[in-house]
Design a protein around this ligand. Structure first.
Ligand code: KE4
Length: 425
């Protein structure tokens, strides 16, 4: 029995499913999850000393690779001055100014401790601002596990086949409308029916929790127009895309201005950080300046701020990083598409910048139903083989591959060879 298997056995006794987040349990591909001891650059090392090229990167945060010295030094320095004060700090002002300076649609921002908490708070703020109750989301999009959003979620819920979660009262999801991603017609019909009751539309501007599904041309523009026409707010959930697709995320790439934006992952540099922000007139409603209550013991934690500030500052000062990363990723994902096509397989690669996904599907994947049509058994066999060959992929067809600055061309070429061997036998 490997050390990972031993640890998983122990973990199953004391942690639900043996993990602290469901997707980590390898449920949809089988076998024991690898217990990771340490990481460096593009690599993970498990408790048995196996090395992996990491395509999860902590589900997005590690865009600079693991162990980036500027981030580590900032964290260690902050630790020496104290781990947490529960009081205002200079670092929080610096982080807020950094985010407001980088994202034109944001005049004020509030730090929280996870993407879930940021989404939950942004929705409450949108409801407070509009005095309306309904929220419209998209099937296959995942916005964290707050009660009202666990309806046809992507990511973990989708993988475990539970379209809704136990424990979510019907009354909570009564005000959550669900439309089909990339279908403006669907959104329009919801607005025609109850547009005056819709507080906000929340969308992953590039869906990355049903695998990666880019917005069709005109889709995001259409959402903006419909929200304006009915007085609803447009919330961009940029927990994954924020500071990943470029320094100004998906809203910069697609030139759409949301009313509120949610961040997570990269903004924390690997530490637990979420954030939500937008126009001053909306954000000033958040307590204590307004009547929308939201609070958090560790919000703006100085060590987490140090990690986030160091990472965002590097991304801001090195804009060439994005060009190089996105170019390298385009080549990598393009090669994977060629490999499966040359093997006579219909599988589809979707990617935007350094986010990508290989769908074991028979045709284009443009929404939740087409993503769900993927052959998850074939994906599981592929994923297990990749992990056995030192390529650490998300253990689910409905997640993304995340590339980092640390994934050199040499590393990616070696991975492409392993993928090629798999499909050509
Ligand atoms: P967290 O609460 O996990 O920090 O963020 C929730 C969230 C919100 N919005 C989007 C677009 C997200 O992708 C997420 C979380 N992403 C998943 C990966 N698909 C986190 C991994 C996990 O659940 O363990």
């Amino acid at each position: 029995m490997s050390r990972s298997e031993e640890l998983f056995k122990e973990a199953l006794n004391v942690i639900p499913g043996g993990v602290n987040s469901p997707v980590r349990a390898f449920g949809s591909i089988g076998g024991a999850p690898r217990f990771i001891r340490n990481a460096d650059g593009a690599y993970l090392y498990d408790e048995d000393g196996n090395q992996y090229v990491d395509f999860i990167g902590s589900w997005g945060p590690m865009i600079l690779g693991h162990g980036r010295k500027e981030v580590l030094e900032a964290v260690l320095d902050a630790c020496k001055r104290g781990l947490s004060f529960g009081a205002a700090t200079q670092a929080e002002v610096e982080m807020a100014k950094l985010v407001c300076g980088l994202v034109p649609s944001i005049e004020m921002v509030r730090m929280v401790n996870s993407g879930t908490e940021a989404v939950m708070s942004a929705i409450r703020t949108a409801r407070g601002y509009t005095r309306r109750d309904k929220i419209l989301k998209f099937a296959g999009c995942y916005h964290g596990h707050s009660d009202g959003l666990l309806v046809k979620a992507g990511s973990g819920a989708m993988t475990s086949g539970i379209p809704d979660s136990l424990g979510v009262p019907a009354g909570i999801t009564r005000d959550t409308l669900t439309a089909s991603y990339n279908s403006l017609e669907d959104v329009r019909s919801h607005f025609n029916q109850c547009g005056e009751e819709i507080a906000a539309v929340i969308v992953e501007p590039v869906a990355a929790n049903m695998g990666v599904v880019p917005p069709k041309p005109g889709f995001l523009e259409g959402l903006r127009e419909l929200c304006d026409a009915y007085g609803a707010l447009l919330i961009f959930d940029e927990v994954i895309t924020g500071f990943r697709l470029g320094i100004d995320g998906a809203q910069g790439l697609y030139q759409i201005t949301p009313d509120l934006t949610v961040f997570g992952k990269i903004i924390g540099g690997g530490m637990p950080v979420g954030a939500y922000g937008g126009r001053r007139e909306i954000m000033e409603l958040v307590a204590p300046s307004g009547g929308v209550y939201q609070a958090g013991t560790l919000s703006g934690n100085p060590v987490a701020m140090a990690a986030g500030i160091a990472q965002l500052t590097l991304l801001k000062e090195r804009p060439e990083y994005y060009g190089a990363l996105n170019q390298k990723a385009g080549r990598f994902f393009g090669r994977i598409q060629e490999i499966v096509a040359d093997a006579g397989l219909p599988y589809q690669v979707n990617h935007v910048g350094s986010l990508g996904c290989l769908f074991f599907a028979d045709g284009a994947v443009t929404d939740y139903p087409s993503a769900k049509s993927s052959n998850t058994k074939a994906f599981a066999a592929y994923c297990n083989d990749m992990i056995a060959h030192g390529v650490y992929l998300a253990p689910s067809q409905f997640e993304a591959m995340f590339l980092s600055i640390a994934h050199t061309d040499e590393i990616l070429d070696a991975v492409l060879e392993i993928i090629g061997n798999y499909f050509t036998g």
